[in-house]
Every structure is written in C-alpha cells, then in structure tokens.
Design a protein around this ligand. Structure first.
Ligand code: SF4
Length: 694
C-alpha cells in the first residue's frame, strides 16, 4: 500500500534523490506521512516528479533504521547502545587522543552530498575549526570532482551555466555520458518535450540509451564510442569545426583569450585529431563525427548536458575541459538555450562542493592557500586555519594503511560500498583507531566503526539543497527526528564535545554564517527563500534575485580559457584474458547502491542488476537470455544474470550497480582521474563466462 489515510496538513520540501531537486508537498494525517505530491510551484519540476520522489520515501521509517547511538572499543566486539552523551564523549576522547598521539592532521571528515548545505558546512567547519586541519572530503570525489576542476579551469566556477527552463530555447543538444530519462527523469522529460518540438539531438554514449530512439524521439546522431575515448571524440568534433571554419570568431575574440584559442586551433587541426584518424580509436565512423560537428556548430542554440560517463574516467577532468572548449568554440555560453551542464547525481552534489567540502577549498571554491580568504573564516570562527590543503579520501585511506591517519568522522556516506578498490578501503578503515559512522542504517562502512551516530532523514530536518542548476531549495521538517536530533545538531554536539562552543539553534543561523562568509550566497536567507520559493546562486548585491544564466557578460574568471586536451588512453587495457569493456549506469526506479530505494514498500523495484551483453558476444560464449554469468576483471569477480541486447556494441558489456550482491566495486580498477582522483568506474576490462550462479 503506497497511499493511506486522508491528509490533514502539508509541508513543502525537496526530494532527496537526484540533482534535479523536485519540490513536493508532503501530506500528513497527524504525524503520519500519507503521500508525497509533486508541487506545482516547484521551479525545478513544475508539478512533475518521477517514481522515486513520489513513492520511495518509506526508507525513512524502515525497521533497519538505527535510532540509538552505539559504541564499541574494538570492531570485533558487539555494539553497545549508549546515551548520546556517552557516545559523543567516547568519540571526542578517541579523536582527541589520536591527535595527541599522532598530531593534528591524523584525523579527518567525509561529508555527504545527501545532506543539507548547512550540515555540510558544519562538517567541513568541524575539520577546519575544531580538528585544525583541512582533512575534509566529500562523496563528490567519486562522481563530479572533475567538473569542479574542469569548469573551474576554463570558465572560473564549478557549476552548470544555464537553468533547466533554458532547455526550451535550445536547438541542438549534446548528451554525453548521461542518461537523463533514467538518471534525471524530470529533466529528461523536459528535454524530450523540447526534442518533440524539433530540437536536434546528438548522443555520445557507448550504449543506446532511451533518448537515442524512443517514443516520438530519435537522435540525429548516436556516436557509440568505445568506453574511455570521450576526449578523442570531443576533440575530433572540434577538429571539424576549426578546419571547416565553423567556429564563432566574434564570440571567441570578445570573450576568450585569443592567443590561447590560436594554440588550441592549431592543436585540434592536427591530422591525428581528424575524424578519419580517430574513428579507429573511438569506433565512431568519421562521417558521423563530421555530421555531428557540423550540426552542433551550425544548428542554432547549442547546449551540452553530461554526467558520470564523462567524469568517472582517468581523463574525466580533460573531458570536462574539452566540452567547455567546444561550447566556447561555438559561442554557446551566456545566453538562454546554450551552455554546459553537469547533471548532478545526488540531490546536493552541487551544494556539498559549494560548501567547501574539498580539502583544498573553503566555501565558495576559494583555495585555502589564499590568506585573504582564510582571514574571512578565521575572523568568523575565531581560529587559525591551516594554509595547507588536506587529504582526499583515497589519500586518507593510504595514510591510514601507513599508520599516520587514524580517525574518521563519516557522515551519510558508505565508502566501503561506494569507493573503488573495496579491499584497500577495508584495510584503511581497519587500521584506524576511531571510525565514527553517522548514518540512517548500519551500512558496510559501519562494520569497521567504533561509534555509530544515528542520522536523520530529509523528512526530519530543516535546511537547503542546491540542485544541478544552482537552485537553492528549502528542505522543511515534515516530522520530528526519529533519532531525536537532526544531523546538523549531532555535528554540533560532536564539535562541542571536542571543546568547541557552537550554539546554533536553527539551520537558518548556519545559512546566515554561510552568507556572511561566501560571496555567491551573500543575500541568501530563509526569508528570501520563503518569499521567492528558491533562488539560484550567485545571489548577492550584484544579483539580488539570483542568477539563472551564468557568464552572460563575461566569464567568472575573466576571459574564457581554451585548454589543450590531449587524449591519453587509459591504463586499463583489454587483452586475451579480459577482452570486453564493462561500463555502468542506473535505472529509473533504483538509486545508487539502493540503500534507500530497496527499503521502500514497493517490492517490484527490488529487481536484481543484469549484465547487458551483445548477441554476438553472448553467442561466442554460449550465453543465453537470463543465464547466470561470471563477470571477472583483474580486480575481482562477481556473478549476475545476462540480458542479451544490441543496446551495447560488440565488445562492450553494461550493468547497473543498485543491488548489493552485484558488488560492482569488486570488479572496478583503482585507476582514477589524473587531476582529482575521481575513480575510473566507467572502463573496466572484463571477461564474461557461463556460471552456475552465486
Ligand atoms: Fe526526485 Fe530526481 Fe525524481 Fe525529481 S527527478 S522526483 S529530484 S529523483
């Protein structure tokens, strides 16, 4: 039963699944949540929703939720339920003890893109103002950190350049490494509507996603590239545009660094970047590359949307910069209907990055090395901030194995299940003296924890999420926290147990501190959000109503930078033992590793993951539809059922990673993006063979 009872009151809040940020009216009968109704005044969704936001909220009251704090001296001991005071004192004493023995940089935090801006701000503040180091990282490390680097380098800020409404003015859309109809369904529907009205579509993806051909929609071009060759494909498109002089010279002269453009033009014009040369590398026919490039350069307003199929590569940051180059080359920045748009996976990836969760940046994407930036926070917090960047998640784990990093506070993130190289993550966690897991459920990481602090769901707290179009949406408390406290209160209690004197009484006070220290949030208040419903940052004196379109007059960094994007093949090679390439993605009804969606009433959603295999590869291996197969890589192996389909090309296999039994990260490699360490989840050399099942 999904809907029950007659509602007597309602609260408007924001979906906690994907980066579209749909608004919902939570309708209650007394204290019981009856249903979630898409909110017609929600600016990101305008009364629409997908199945997850509409129905998959039952996890908030699932029996698996842990509601009392727990501690244990060693991870091989059973948990003991204790009071909040005892748990927080235990955690604080351990963390301080580690610092006394091993130095101030021996502990750190991991924040979550599922938590609110206010919660995330407090967690990074805990590291910087209480721990006294910059050892703060976020789960965005494993998804969109290359967006931060790539768009920062080229445009000057790490965010999508246009709003969702702007798609209605787009004439040509490139979707690269994203599957909006499954991953960002409400935006996917808006995109399909625009395509039905006649906009043209170029899909760059190894797999035939729904947008390539579905009801009333057919892509003009599907560049079904070999996984790992994004940079070569995008550079080949630029080659055609430059050599056929289809670029927007007036825009480039006015808005970009002309000298850098000339170097770039010379670089992409080299024969090795031509479609005829790169077709052998990428698997995309030269004539398709040429036709797609001509369409994008001459078809009117061009917009590019991308996802984790761009970022989760050893060249993730390079691909983001290649995409930014393509947009500048064609003058597609700074107007309605044009732009570069990372489709953020989780509800608050944008916000967690904005809030200074990375170890090198304070809130608002300002480097910790800059004394004038540190001075703002030092004055606000009454502390001295370490000028040295802290450790990224993989460096924390390496240092843990080496014995120099020994304490971790991990809020809302299951690194054992989500991060690459599961064995290494486990070894790092096992080597620590104090792991504090703050979550709704006893997740896999909690197997290595000494302290478990029960978390609160999005229904139980006030705050804000920032969606993929930089829209700051209110999250409103629908019901009292089942565990007694909202997550921001728990972080505050931990800070105070370690000697701080924080006294926030409501998240609006945390937002006031964010606004006072972060120029792009300067005018954001809860009163403004009540009045306007939502605003898009930058929201400050220069843009009091927020900013739907960025880089309108000039780039945030001044002149746009063309950066030479040299294709470098991944170190992950196919060969006789592992001749196929595995890539991964999502389905509409499930979400990431399924921690929330699997804990809802609707059992039909709990289907297992399948391995998509091309008929040619299946026949060669004697595999039929529904057979169990062994999927093996150099890192490990797992077992799942086969789905025979020509949605994937010969030589490529594909799976989702929603079910814990799939253990996709046992298969993936430990290669990562050269600039940000974002793991290369999208390219793994594998072999597939018949199996009798698990
Ligand atoms: Fe939630 Fe995303 Fe679905 Fe909207 S599209 S209801 S934000 S999961």
């Amino acid at each position: 039963v999904i809907e029950k009872g007659t509602p007597t009151r309602s609260v408007v809040t924001t979906c906690a699944y994907c980066g579209v940020g749909c608004s919902f009216k939570a309708e209650l009968n007394g204290d019981e949540l009856v249903r979630m109704v898409p909110y017609k005044d929600g600016k990101a969704n305008r009364g629409h929703s997908c199945v997850k936001g509409r129905f998959a909220y039952g996890y908030a009251s699932h029996k698996d939720r842990i509601l009392s704090p727990m501690i244990r001296d060693r991870i091989d001991e059973p948990w003991r339920e204790v009071s909040w005071k005892e748990a927080l004192t235990f955690a604080a004493n351990r963390m301080r003890g580690i610092q006394e023995a091993y130095g101030p940089k021996s502990i750190g935090v991991i924040t979550s893109s599922r938590c609110t801006n206010e919660e995330t701000f407090l967690v990074q503040k805990l590291a910087r103002a209480v721990f006294g180091n910059n050892n703060t990282d976020t789960c965005a490390r494993v998804c969109h950190s290359p967006t931060g680097y790539g768009l920062g380098q080229t445009f000057g800020t790490s965010a999508g350049t246009q709003d969702f409404d702007s798609v209605e003015k787009t004439d040509v859309v490139i979707v690269i490494g994203a599957n909006p109809t499954d991953g960002h369904p409400v935006f996917g529907s808006r995109l399909k509507k625009r395509l039905r009205q006649g906009a043209k579509l170029i899909v760059i993806d190894p797999r035939r996603i729904d947008l390539v051909r579905s009801a009333h929609v057919e892509a003009s071009h599907h560049l079904a590239l070999r996984p790992g060759t994004n940079v070569a494909v995008v550079t080949a498109l630029a080659h055609v545009i430059v050599t056929e002089r289809l670029y927007d010279e007036a825009f480039i002269r006015d808005r970009c660094n002309w000298d850098e453009f000339q170097d770039y033009a010379e670089f992409v014009a080299e024969e090795r970047h031509s479609p005829e040369t790169t077709q052998f590398l990428t698997g995309v026919p030269a004539e398709e590359l040429r036709a797609a490039a001509r369409l994008f350069a001459t078809g009117g307003n061009g917009a590019i949307y991308y996802g984790l199929g761009v970022t989760e590569h050893s060249q993730g940051s390079t691909t983001v910069m290649a995409i930014a180059n393509l947009a500048m080359l064609t003058g597609n920045i700074g107007r309605e209907g044009v732009g570069v748009n990372p489709l953020r996976g989780q509800n608050n990836v944008q916000g967690s990055c904005d809030m200074g969760s990375f170890p090198h940046e304070l809130p608002g994407y300002r480097h910790v090395k800059l004394p004038e930036v540190r001075a703002i926070f030092e004055k606000a917090w009454g502390v001295t901030i370490d000028p040295e960047p802290g450790l990224r998640i993989p460096n924390m784990l390496d240092a843990a194995v080496d014995g120099t990093f020994r304490g971790l506070y991990c809020q809302g993130e299951d690194i054992l299940q989500s991060d690459p190289d599961t064995k290494h993550v486990a070894a790092g966690l096992a080597a620590m003296d104090c792991v504090i897991v703050h979550d709704l459920f006893l997740n896999e990481t909690a197997n290595y924890a000494h302290v478990f602090l029960p978390g609160s769901s999005f229904l139980e707290k006030d705050g804000t999420f920032t969606n993929a179009e930089r829209r700051i949406n209110r999250v409103r408390k629908v019901m009292a926290p089942k565990n007694g406290y909202a997550d921001w209160e728990i972080t505050q209690m931990l800070a105070n147990a370690m000697g701080a004197e924080w006294s926030y009484e409501h998240p609006s006070e945390i937002m006031a501190e964010i606004a006072a220290t972060t120029p792009s949030f300067a005018n954001v208040t809860y009163e403004l959000l009540e009045q306007k419903g939502s605003v898009q940052w930058p929201c400050n004196d220069a843009n009091p109503d927020g900013t739907p379109l960025m880089h309108v007059e000039g780039f945030v960094r001044g002149k746009g930078r063309f950066i030479l994007t040299e294709y470098v093949a991944t170190d992950e090679k196919t060969g006789p033992r592992f001749p196929l390439l595995l890539t991964t993605g999502r389905i509409l009804s499930q979400y990431n590793v399924g921690a929330q969606t699997r804990r809802t009433d609707n059992v039909i959603w709990h289907d297992a993951d399948r391995l998509e295999v091309h008929p040619h590869d299946a026949e060669q291996r004697g595999i039929k539809e529904g057979d169990w197969v062994k999927l093996a890589s150099r890192s490990g192996e797992t077992t799942l059922k086969a789905k025979i389909t020509d949605r994937v090309s010969p030589g490529v296999v594909y799976t989702t990673f929603h079910h814990p039994d799939t253990q996709a990260n046992v298969i993936t490699t430990d290669y990562s993006d050269w600039a940000t360490n974002c793991p290369e989840y999208k390219v793994t050399a594998v072999q597939v063979s018949p199996s009798n099942g698990p």
